[in-house]
Ligand binder design. Structure first.
Ligand SMILES: Cc1cc2nc3c(=O)[nH]c(=O)nc-3n(C[C@H](O)[C@H](O)[C@H](O)COP(=O)(O)OP(=O)(O)OC[C@H]3O[C@@H](n4cnc5c(N)ncnc54)[C@H](O)[C@@H]3O)c2cc1C
Length: 447
């Protein structure tokens, strides 16, 4: 049966007006490439720069500090923060929220406020490409030209040591997320903990310079305490690829032994050979361990955007930033920087490290904008509190800076102090956690 032209248009949803327009276009006879070639450039909807433009990719602990302090140190800079999230949720202290000790509100912060109060622009988009020659950052919402560019995109997970099967990796990500990148992973993990009825709850610790060295041990402690308070017949099984607790060892080990003997089984030197998700069994060299719930923390690597735009290096397979480790500048690229957890230096991947380092990176950029004298490398500061118990609240902490060894070019802990006697100082330390966090949130989000 023949369908009339009018009927065909009705079925396709195309209106008569549209046909009229297309009729007009036809009369103008557009060249084929004009009708078929997709638009390749699209300028981001951002006002023209009024001063040297500094674009910062990533609004985490690093990027927020860099955006704010660049504007303070170089007030004529036009600073744009490109962030893919709508709001900031803090990883530090999130372990306390997982066990219902604090409200999510305390961890959640407002990018618009940060930008308003500190005179820069928050641009909600994902960075997807880089035109180095023309100094253009490509984002999901258009291109931004820059004079200075900083990547502070944090980490991504590397599941390749466990599997090369993408379907299996997807199951791991969705069913047993690590909970080391903020967002839905944390919500899933929290629900698992709060609804746990008993049995084995597996957590893992990767080797290498993973994000937040103490966090997996802290998480084991607070989950164990939560199960203990609920009088659950449950055990946290902590499978650690490292041969011992990687940081604050005295404090964590004594907590495992003295507080959670029946609730935590700590297994160092444990490499996972296989995870059977259907039967819920983890196989190691020596054991088969069944589990009711788990959060599998794989190895970490530099955020994928670095590799995508060709500024990652494959040292130790971590694909972190390929930079001069004293100036943060990308090797072979002028005025493009990488900072925060994506850096290749062996600093502790912590929020405090990223924040204090961010102040220094801002100084480096401002020095170039202001054309002032070169400044020397400054060590970041790592101050890291870890909860040991939630009832009563007790914590331990470590403070360190770093020294640069000019011979092997490594950065080693320097001026390190720690407070790990949780029986004596734990409650005082616990109250300091909140003061520390509030001070850092203020530093990143307020004037
Ligand atoms: C459970 C847990 C507990 C922790 N506890 C502590 C603690 O007590 N103390 C402490 O100091 N540290 C702690 N940390 C570590 C701390 O959270 C990280 O070291 C810190 O977040 C690193 O900051 P960053 O800015 O490098 O990365 P992030 O904070 O991850 O920020 C990176 C940002 O970049 C954005 N981004 C990535 N790619 C793109 C893209 N292509 N385009 C646009 N945006 C992009 C991301 O959305 C993100 O907002 C903890 C971490 C975890 C997971």
């Amino acid at each position: 049966m023949a369908i009339s032209r009018r009927k065909a248009l009705q079925l396709s949803g195309v209106t008569a007006a549209a046909v009229a327009i297309s009729g007009c276009s036809k009369a103008k006879s557009l060249k084929p490439e004009q009708t078929t070639k997709p638009k390749t450039t699209y300028k981001a909807p951002i006002a023209n720069a009024k001063g040297p433009r500094v674009v910062v990719v990533g609004g985490g602990w690093s990027g927020l500090s860099i955006a704010k302090y660049t504007k303070i140190f170089a007030p004529n800079a036009d600073v744009i923060l490109v962030e893919q999230r709508h709001e900031f949720v803090s990883c530090p202290l999130s372990n306390l929220w997982l066990v219902d000790k604090i409200e999510l509100e305390f961890l959640t912060h407002d990018y618009l406020q940060a930008a308003r109060e500190n005179n820069y622009t928050y641009f909600h988009a994902t960075a997807i490409g880089l035109d180095k020659k023309n100094r253009i950052l490509e984002t999901s919402d258009g291109d931004i030209s820059f004079d200075y560019l900083v990547f502070a995109p944090g980490i991504d997970y590397d599941y390749s040591r466990w599997t090369d099967d993408i379907a299996f990796e997807t199951r791991l990500r969705q069913e047993y997320p690590a909970g080391f990148i903020p967002g839905s992973e944390h919500l899933t993990l929290r629900n698992k903990i709060l609804n746990f009825k008993g049995g084995n709850f597996i957590l893992t610790v990767p080797s290498g310079n993973y994000r937040c060295l103490p966090a997996p041990y802290e998480r084991a402690c607070v989950i164990a305490d939560y199960f203990k308070q609920k009088k659950l017949k449950a055990k946290v099984i902590l499978l650690d690829e490292n041969n011992t607790i990687t940081i604050k060892k005295e404090g964590f080990q004594s907590a495992f032994d003295e507080l959670y003997g029946d609730y935590i089984e700590y297994m160092p030197n444990t490499v996972i050979n296989n995870i059977d998700l259907d039967n819920k069994i983890v196989e190691t060299d020596f054991d088969e361990i069944d589990f009711e719930e788990a959060a599998f923390y794989p190895h970490v690597r530099g955020a994928k955007i670095l590799e995508r735009v060709g500024i990652a290096k494959d040292a130790k397979n971590m694909l972190e930033g390929d930079i001069n480790t004293l100036t943060y500048e990308v090797n072979g690229e002028k005025d493009i920087y990488i900072a925060g957890d994506s850096r290749p230096m062996g600093f502790s991947k912590s929020g405090n490290t990223a924040n204090s380092e961010g102040h220094f990176v801002a100084k480096l950029i401002a020095q170039k904008i202001n054309k002032t004298r070169e400044i020397k490398w400054e060590s970041p500061t790592t101050t890291c509190f870890s909860a040991i118990s939630i009832e009563p609240e007790r914590a331990i902490y470590i403070y360190t800076q770093y020294a640069h060894n000019k011979t092997d070019l490594a950065f080693n802990f320097a001026s390190t102090t720690s407070s790990e006697d949780w029986l004596k100082d734990g409650e005082v330390n616990a109250s300091s956690i909140y003061q520390w966090a509030a001070a850092l949130y203020t530093d990143m989000f307020s004037k």
